[in-house]
Design a protein around this ligand. Structure first.
Ligand SMILES: Nc1nc2c(ncn2[C@@H]2O[C@H](COP(=O)(O)OP(=O)(O)OP(=O)(O)O)[C@@H](O)[C@H]2O)c(=O)[nH]1
Ligand SMILES: [Mg+2]
Length: 332
């Protein structure tokens, strides 16, 4: 499943500092010559790929990224200090385009790769620069140049490997919130989730895997009911599904059949996608009821069902272990 994560930002290099007019004033040195220093260079804005980041979320709440301005020149030919560069960290795989033209400005692929987004302005000249035989006391200096300013559209294509599916209210968003730093809306009414939420779950190796919390599937989805095709299409490109069932429902087994029927009717090979069954809200069931359900599921589906509580975190280690195994990455 591909999601496009995007952000629009404006970057601005720091302005160069102004040059100044100054003259040396020293004891015993009459008419001490021009000594105004140059302004400092403005800082530049730089994109840097960082493999610890998975989304562009950090850039969505801020529009303008400006590097520091250079300082004014000083007397005694002192050059103003340069402005500090501003580093904007982005996830690996981020594509940078000019907003107005759509032309690709660059791709940040490998960790630590850098791309200068906006150069800072040059510092202005102080009057010491203008000393000549014909003008021993120049009064001229120049202002620093402005830094570059660009508007960029950043795009990151995310691929969710694991989709969490189930009827509305089964606890899919609660599960992704427990497993990752995603913070989707959770509520005890159906269709809380309208677009997939993505969360990155760390493997024991430290790598991140993107999970997607898919909006609730309902009966008739394959024919377009509810959000219908939209979310079935989302699921199509995942490698593995976690089918979450609600232990608090009247008949969790019937719920399983409803969703399976939609997967089958949608076609596109969804019904053959590897699936892990998990019965959520397990703390609501007595031990006796849980055992009976495990047996029922096993008899009919030939599959083990994982008993979990997404609220309390029960059974999630085992569930993840199974996920990593299914994805072909055995855990230690
Ligand atoms: N008791 C109990 N309640 C849970 C558990 N997990 C989720 N819930 C509750 O179930 C309700 C639905 O949870 P959500 O995570 O919003 O369910 P969802 O599957 O994302 O629902 P939709 O987005 O509507 O499809 C909320 O009130 C949760 O607090 C659990 O393990 N135990
Ligand atoms: Mg939800």
């Amino acid at each position: 499943m591909h999601f496009i994560d995007q952000a629009r930002i404006t970057v601005r290099g720091g302005a160069g500092g102004d040059g100044i007019v100054a003259f040396r004033r020293e004891k015993y040195v009459p008419a001490g010559g021009p000594s105004g220093g140059d302004g400092g260079q403005g800082g530049q804005v730089v994109f840097e790929a960082d493999s610890n980041l998975q989304t562009l979320l950090d850039l969505k709440y801020k529009r303008l990224f400006a590097a520091e301005d250079g300082r004014r020149g000083g007397p005694n030919r002192c050059k103003g200090s340069s402005g500090k560069d501003l580093i904007i960290k982005v996830p690996c795989g981020t594509e940078v385009r000019h907003l107005s033209t759509g032309v690709i400005f660059g791709d940040l692929i490998e960790n630590s790769q850098q791309l200068v987004a906006a150069y800072g302005g040059k510092g202005g000249f102080g009057n010491a620069r203008y000393l000549s035989n014909s003008n021993r006391a120049p009064e001229k200096c120049t202002e620093g140049n402005l830094g570059e300013e660009w508007e960029f559209q950043l795009e990151l294509k995310l691929i969710a490997e694991v989709g969490i599916i189930g009827l509305p209210n089964s606890g899919k968003s609660t599960l992704i919130a427990f497993l990752s730093s995603a913070r989707p809306k959770i509520a005890d009414y159906p269709f809380t989730t309208l677009v997939p939420n993505l969360g990155v779950v760390r493997r024991p190796s430290g790598d991140g895997t993107v999970f997607a919390d898919i909006p609730g599937l309902i009966s008739g989805a394959a024919n377009g009911a509810g959000l219908g095709h939209d979310f079935l299409r989302h699921i199509e490109r995942t490698k593995l599904l976690i089918h979450l069932l609600d232990a608090g429902s009247e008949n969790p087994f019937q719920d399983l059949l409803v969703v399976e029927k939609e997967l089958r009717e949608y076609g596109h090979g969804l019904i053959d996608r590897p699936r892990i069954l998990a019965l959520n809200k397990i703390e609501l069931l007595s031990d006796q009821d849980s055992l009976e359900l495990i047996k029922l599921f096993k008899d009919v589906t030939q599959k083990d069902i994982h008993l979990v509580s997404a609220v309390m975190g029960t059974g999630l280690d085992h569930l993840l272990e199974k996920v990593w195994n299914e994805l072909g990455n055995k855990c230690e």
